[in-house]
Design a protein around this ligand. Structure first.
Ligand code: PEP
Length: 254
């Protein structure tokens, strides 16, 4: 059985003091769950959040090299040492604003797996790509490029997040049917390439304006194993409510 994962991407929000407060509010709000709850806070509070110990903690980015002359970057060994269990790779904001390419995404995924840090690979089409109709080929192409060179065992240790670019931070959510169609296509591609057993073990999340109101409908879909949540993860009550919804829809209350 694959993991149900509720992950909050705090992006470049919250000063360290604010982030520590947010974390405490989250500790008080979160329901008991057997699902995996992950936050991706700003680097400056990553160690603090990891030490708090009640959620898994990940980094929002990484460099693929272990060390060297890459001013301003952080390596996976550094991140792992301060408690990062996961890392976001290929988020559309990084592809759009920081020139992240399929090739750098591929290198980061391989580097994360080598350091035993779980990569959360983000894929998703833009609005023109959706309207042009080739979006399933586009997102499976992103998956293929990111996983090139990995075997099935490595792929099983990767989490995939389908995040249509047109739904991120826009308040426009993909319908549950639209999200399910793409998540099923991604799982189908994994099954064709690595076999059914591998495909059944990879958690595939939906991300894009997920909130307390639309979470149930999305999480009811069979190929949606959780959410990658931006804006709503900055509101502890709302994020907690999404976790509660996952308990109700997928089972998992403890
Ligand atoms: C994200 O950035 O991964 C995201 C899904 O953001 P939002 O929920 O704000 O659309």
């Amino acid at each position: 059985m694959r993991n149900v994962i509720l992950a909050g991407n705090w992006k470049m929000n919250e000063t360290p003091a604010q982030a520590r407060r947010l974390l405490e509010q989250l500790r008080e709000s979160l329901p008991k769950t057997s699902h995996e709850v992950v936050i991706f806070p700003p680097y400056l509070v990553l160690e603090h959040a990891a030490k708090a110990g009640f959620v898994k903690v990940g980094a929002q980015n990484c460099h693929f090299e272990e060390k060297g002359a890459f001013t301003g970057e952080l390596s996976l060994p550094m991140l792992r040492e301060v408690g990062a269990a996961c890392v976001l790779v290929g988020h559309s904001e990084r592809r759009q604003y920081f020139a992240e390419t399929d090739e750098t995404v591929r290198k980061k995924i391989a580097a994360a797996l080598a350091q035993d840090v779980t990569p959360f690979l983000c894929v998703g089409e833009t609005l023109p790509q959706r309207e042009a109709g080739g979006y399933l080929e586009f997102v499976t192409g992103q998956l293929e490029a990111a996983l090139a060179g990995l075997d099935g065992e490595a792929v099983k240790r990767t989490v995939v997040a389908y995040e249509p670019v047109w739904a991120i931070g826009t308040g426009v959510t993909a319908t549950a049917e639209q999200a399910q169609e793409v998540c099923a296509a991604l799982r189908g591609w994994l099954a064709d390439r690595y076999g059914k057993e591998v495909a059944q073990e990879v958690s595939i999340l939906y991300g894009g304006s997920m909130n307390a109101k639309n979470a149930a409908e999305l999480l009811k879909k069979p190929d949606i194993d959780g959410g990658l949540i931006g804006g709503a993860s900055l509101k502890p009550e709302e994020f907690a409510s999404i976790v509660k919804t996952a308990n109700e829809v997928k089972g998992g209350a403890r």
